[in-house]
Design a protein around this ligand. Structure first.
Ligand SMILES: NC(=O)c1ccc[n+]([C@@H]2O[C@H](COP(=O)([O-])OP(=O)(O)OC[C@H]3O[C@@H](n4cnc5c(N)ncnc54)[C@H](OP(=O)(O)O)[C@@H]3O)[C@@H](O)[C@H]2O)c1
Length: 217
């Protein structure tokens, strides 16, 4: 039976948006960080309400979730997974929201890409988990119950496990998305991650941060 426990590895804007959002949708959420104290004011805001979010270490969050979201800086994903304990992900769906971005020197660039991706590296680091790249191409403001002026596009996902992608799509639908746009195996993370520097440049030109890419026919 599917349970509704989710662990979120990370404490930044993405982890907070997803943590609150999943809680609002009735999930039992544990957010993981190396410094739980820094989230105290944030958790106090909803303590005792249905939207309450628990906080623990990376390992506690990974252990807690039947589904785990990875939401840390792309350049430290390996360090975060090592701290979380790779065995704590075994048999689980992992939604990988990370991007391998280099912010030195102005607009973000990919740290690596073309023939490699962070999605593939995360899957290789977690061989007993099913990694689905998800959430990485939209702003944290739009990750849960998105609101666009135009029709909401399905969320781009990719991953090697068809069942895991189907479960990811169910979760996305519950969170207010019209479904998932399947971009293929985890190798397609090369292209989903490459959308992000483009997303930033388009946002700067349009002076908006609430946009998303979609497929039209
Ligand atoms: N911001 C967005 O709208 C957005 C949208 C789509 C995708 N993303 C991607 O989602 C990921 C999270 O983004 P974010 O903006 O929420 O947060 P972020 O600032 O990119 O990452 C914060 C997280 O990184 C962890 N971290 C930093 N240094 C670390 C280290 N040396 N070892 C282990 N962990 C370390 C922090 O751990 P502690 O908790 O211990 O401090 C924290 O949980 C990124 O990969 C980003 O590219 C972001």
């Amino acid at each position: 039976m599917e349970t509704r426990r989710i662990g979120i590895i990370g404490s930044g804007d993405v982890a907070k948006a997803l943590g609150r959002g999943f809680a609002r949708h009735g999930w039992d959420v544990k957010v993981g960080t190396r410094s739980p104290d820094k989230l105290r004011a944030w958790t106090d805001e909803t303590a005792g309400t249905d939207d309450a979010v628990d906080v623990g270490s990376f390992a506690e969050a990974a252990t807690h979730g039947d589904v785990v979201v990875l939401a840390v800086r792309g350049d430290v994903a390996k360090e975060a997974l090592d701290l979380a304990g790779v065995t704590n992900f075994a048999g689980k769906l992992v939604l990988d929201a990370t991007n391998p971005l280099d912010f030195t020197g102005g607009e973000p660039r990919l740290l690596f890409g073309g023939t490699d991706s962070l999605g593939e590296r995360v899957q290789a680091m977690l061989p007993d988990a099913s990694v689905v790249k998800c959430f990485n191409t939209v702003s944290h403001h739009q990750m849960v119950d998105p609101e666009f002026e135009a029709e909401t596009p399905p969320m781009f996902v990719c991953g090697d496990d068809a069942d895991a992608k189907a479960r990811a799509e169910e979760i996305l639908t519950e969170l207010g998305w019209p479904g998932a746009e399947d971009a293929g195996g985890i190798e397609s993370a090369r292209y989903l991650e490459a959308l992000v520097p483009l997303w930033v440049r388009v946002g700067e030109n349009r002076d908006t941060w609430s946009h998303a890419f979609g497929v039209v026919q």
